[in-house]
Design a protein around this ligand. Structure first.
Ligand code: DX5
Ligand code: ZN
Length: 221
């Protein structure tokens, strides 16, 4: 199974964004994860279009945009124009999930649906044919540096079996509290893509931090 590490720039040193992202890329990062927060859907504010634009200039890696905002559909066209690769929004943030997934794909981005820890995996059953990616939150979203929820593995397993039953190739990405100590648990449960914020940019050596996560994921010392 392919393993992708997607470092989140939420807690990167934004004054050295180019340098930090280049280091993560050297370590083998597959995507750069961008956490957009609106202070309503989650109790924190972060950033949006200006950071996506800046990242597009400093890296060729696909930008994996995670919207923790109400009315995420307002940003589909803008982020597509800025060159985002993946557009992932929360199932809890809109009543028109299916319509927006379709629009994301029409604009040439991969369509991702994120699920909070309290949201059952069954919500994907009605929209699985419109999905490229399921983002399983392994913390309650809003902040970096929180602890991985132990209940996550069972949920990831259920989502993996829903996809296997349908012979569906959607990616399963996990987000929150991913470290060298938790990544293998999520991988064994069926996740293939791993967001890591503090574990990468909280380290003085982001390149080595990405390598260490990859080794821990694949069970190599
Ligand atoms: C949390 C964000 C995460 C965050 C992860 O709400 O969605 O992507 O940056 O940070 P860590 O890996 O430090 O938990
Ligand atoms: Zn995220």
């Amino acid at each position: 199974m392919t393993v992708r590490i997607a470092p989140s720039v939420l807690n990167a040193d934004l004054g050295r964004l180019g340098e930090q992202v280049t280091a993560a890329a050297e370590g083998g990062a597959a995507w750069i994860h961008v956490d957009v927060m609106d202070g309503h859907f989650v109790p924190n504010l972060s950033f949006g279009a200006p950071i996506i634009r800046a990242l597009r200039r400093v890296t060729d890696l696909p930008l994996d945009v995670h919207l923790m905002v109400e009315h995420p559909e307002r940003y589909i066209d803008e982020y597509a124009d800025l060159g985002a690769a993946n557009f992932t929004f929360h199932a809890e943030a809109t009543v028109h999930v299916q319509r927006h997934l379709v629009r994301v794909r029409e604009r040439g981005m991969k369509a991702g649906l994120a699920l909070n820890p309290g949201t059952p995996p069954t919500v994907i059953e009605e929209v699985w044919h419109d999905l490229d990616l399921v983002l399983v939150m392994t913390v309650n979203p809003g902040f970096g540096g929180q602890s991985y929820l132990k209940s996550s593995a069972a949920k990831i397993r259920r989502i993996r079996s829903l996809l296997v039953e349908r012979n569906h190739s959607a990616m399963i990405e996990v987000d929150g509290g991913i470290t060298v100590d938790t990544i293998a648990d999520a991988h064994h449960a069926g996740a293939d893509t791993f967001v890591a914020g503090m574990a990468v940019f909280g380290s003085p050596d982001p390149a080595e931090a990405v390598r260490a996560l990859t080794r821990a994921c694949l069970g190599r010392a």
